[in-house]
Ligand binder design. Structure first.
Ligand SMILES: Cc1cc2nc3c(=O)[nH]c(=O)nc-3n(C[C@H](O)[C@H](O)[C@H](O)COP(=O)(O)OP(=O)(O)OC[C@H]3O[C@@H](n4cnc5c(N)ncnc54)[C@H](O)[C@@H]3O)c2cc1C
Ligand SMILES: NC(=O)c1ccc[n+]([C@@H]2O[C@H](COP(=O)([O-])OP(=O)(O)OC[C@H]3O[C@@H](n4cnc5c(N)ncnc54)[C@H](O)[C@@H]3O)[C@@H](O)[C@H]2O)c1
Length: 465
């Protein structure tokens, strides 16, 4: 059977766009269907608007700190509507860039909600991006599901009164008080944004320390940094109910406490987006949480249908979705060896102020493989020796496998941590040893030079295997 397209990509987010562009570059006839916004979550309701808002939230303290450096500036007030408008203008610009980039690559752009009719046929129905467009049907030899994920709310009474990150980007006004539930990436990043812009923030989370899955020392350092930022932490605690009284809300916690607030923000995780996708008409299998199951080549249980990015709930980060999309397009249509990435050493950053960035293994993970040497330092960065914010510490940690002396993990909490970590990630991916760090000359005066000057082992952690 001849198909209209060699490849149909469902979802024009980070993974889908890269997969489509690379496939088109290899000469394939490609179509992309998008239901909501070109560029997907990262561009519209994720990384990009979030980072702009983090940056916005940092100016107040910077203006205050400038006094110590001789500036006669005043902190002033923040105009939320102006920030949202500026951010939206930038996103509209990016949407346009995505559309023209795809068109220039010779890709057919389809707007609407995609729903499988069978393993090679997809029906495209009206959606928010194309509410009046007539439905149509397309066929393709290969179909890639790149539909991403969507926020998930816990099943508690009153959850309908709460917002998620999707709404946080378009609030009509900044709430004076906000309760944020969840201490994953989104909970912490937005706690920092609202606190920096002047809101009173209460952060509620289930465990003793925030950021489950990160290195324990870094989780403790983040807890302290959150405190220093003036955010009230309720932990361990979870909400059992949200009630609305006029324009205020009351959050009841499982420890019996209640918090009054102007806004409740649930940052309690995301789920793969497979709603009304018609997967039941195909042989594509999903796991309990809706994650599409794929093999190492990203093929689903239905030959010819693949899945990449958040919808597979693997490492839910933009560069990972991009890597998966690129690699898949190379494998399906490329003539040379497919480009590949070391996902094992995917660096991560939580854009709090200061940010936390990590690559490789935590101390506990490394100890499962053998005894580890730990190098740890905590200091006041130079800027804050003058600004007076001496409680804004920078924390750095190197995790070294004792047998091989390879640096298997690096963790930084401090200003510019994410910028520093990208370079360190190259070293960890290249499996460099501690001696390679030691023989690298530092850049002075920086915080980063500590990474190559931590000479004395802080402790040895015995293997737990
Ligand atoms: C608030 C927030 C902040 C984030 N910050 C970062 C960050 O700083 N760094 C980072 O690396 N990652 C960050 N992420 C994660 C990152 O956004 C995702 O990992 C990434 O966008 C996943 O890409 P994707 O291609 O899998 O899906 P998406 O980018 O979500 O794209 C999926 C697309 O598919 C479309 N779609 C869905 N169903 C259909 C259908 N049936 N028919 C047609 N179209 C459909 C959707 O409208 C969407 O445009 C953040 C996420 C959030 C929510
Ligand atoms: N900087 C970045 O790279 C970045 C930023 C934002 C999001 N992301 C990606 O998006 C994903 C989703 O982010 P997220 O923060 O929503 O999810 P997450 O999984 O990182 O955190 C969810 C939080 O909600 C808590 N939680 C879950 N159910 C709960 C309940 N019933 N009651 C109380 N607490 C509950 C969890 O304990 C956890 O603290 C991340 O895992 C990450 O992959 C990345």
């Amino acid at each position: 059977m001849t198909h209209e397209f060699d490849l149909l990509v469902i979802g024009a987010g980070s993974g889908g766009v890269r997969c489509a562009r690379i496939a088109a570059g290899h000469g394939a006839r490609v179509a992309v269907v998008e239901s909501r916004h070109w560029g997907g979550t990262c561009v519209n309701l994720g990384c990009v608007p979030k980072k702009l808002m983090v940056q916005a939230s940092e100016y107040g303290d910077m203006v205050e700190d400038s006094h110590a450096f001789g500036w006669n500036s005043t902190r002033g007030t923040h105009d939320w509507a102006k920030l949202i408008a500026a951010k939206d203008q930038e996103i509209t610009r990016l949407n346009g860039i995505y559309v023209s980039m795809l068109e220039k690559a010779g890709i057919t752009l389809l707007t609407g909600h995609a729903r499988f009719e069978n393993a090679h046929t997809v029906r495209i129905e009206p959606s928010p991006l194309a509410p009046t467009e007539a439905p149509r049907t397309v066929t393709a030899k290969h179909i890639v599901i790149a539909t991403g994920s969507t926020p998930m709310k816990p099943d508690i009474p009153g959850a309908e009164h709460a917002i998620t990150s999707d709404e946080a980007f378009h609030l009509p006004a900044r709430p004076e008080r906000v309760v944020i539930v969840g201490s994953g990436y989104i909970g912490i990043e937005f706690a920092g944004i609202f606190a920096g812009l002047g809101s009173k923030v209460d952060l509620v989370y289930r465990h003793e320390l925030p950021l489950r899955g990160f290195d324990e020392d870094m989780r403790a350092a983040m807890k302290e940094a959150i405190h220093v930022r003036g955010i009230t932490q309720h932990a361990p605690a979870s909400p059992t109910q949200i009630s609305k009284n006029g324009s205020t809300y009351t959050v009841t916690l499982n420890n019996g406490h209640t918090i009054e607030t102007d806004c409740v923000f649930l940052a309690t995780g995301r789920r793969p987006k497979i709603d009304s996708l018609g997967l039941e008409t195909t042989g594509v299998k999903t796991a309990e949480n809706g994650r599409i199951k794929v093999d190492s080549k990203r093929e689903t249980s239905q030959p010819g249908i693949y899945a990449i990015g958040d919808v597979t709930d693997h490492l839910n980060l933009t560069p990972v979705a991009i890597a998966e999309g690129h690699n898949l397009a190379d494998r399906l249509f490329g003539k040379e060896r497919p480009r590949s990435w070391s996902l094992r050493t995917t660096p991560k950053a939580v854009f709090f102020s200061p940010p936390l960035a990590s690559v490789g293994l935590s101390e506990a993970e490394a100890a499962q493989h053998g005894t580890v040497d730990i190098y740890f330092t905590r200091f006041t960065p130079m800027r804050h020796t003058l600004s007076g914010r001496k409680d804004r510490k920078t924390v750095m940690k190197l995790v070294v496998d004792q047998d091989s002396q390879k640096v298997v993990g690096a963790h930084i909490l401090g200003d510019d941590a994410a910028e520093m970590m990208q370079g360190v990630a190259v070293a960890v991916t290249a499996e460099l040893r501690k001696v390679d760090f030691d023989r690298t000359v530092g850049i002075h005066p920086t915080s980063a030079e500590e990474l190559v000057t931590m000479r004395t082992r802080t402790r040895e952690t015995p293997a737990t295997r």
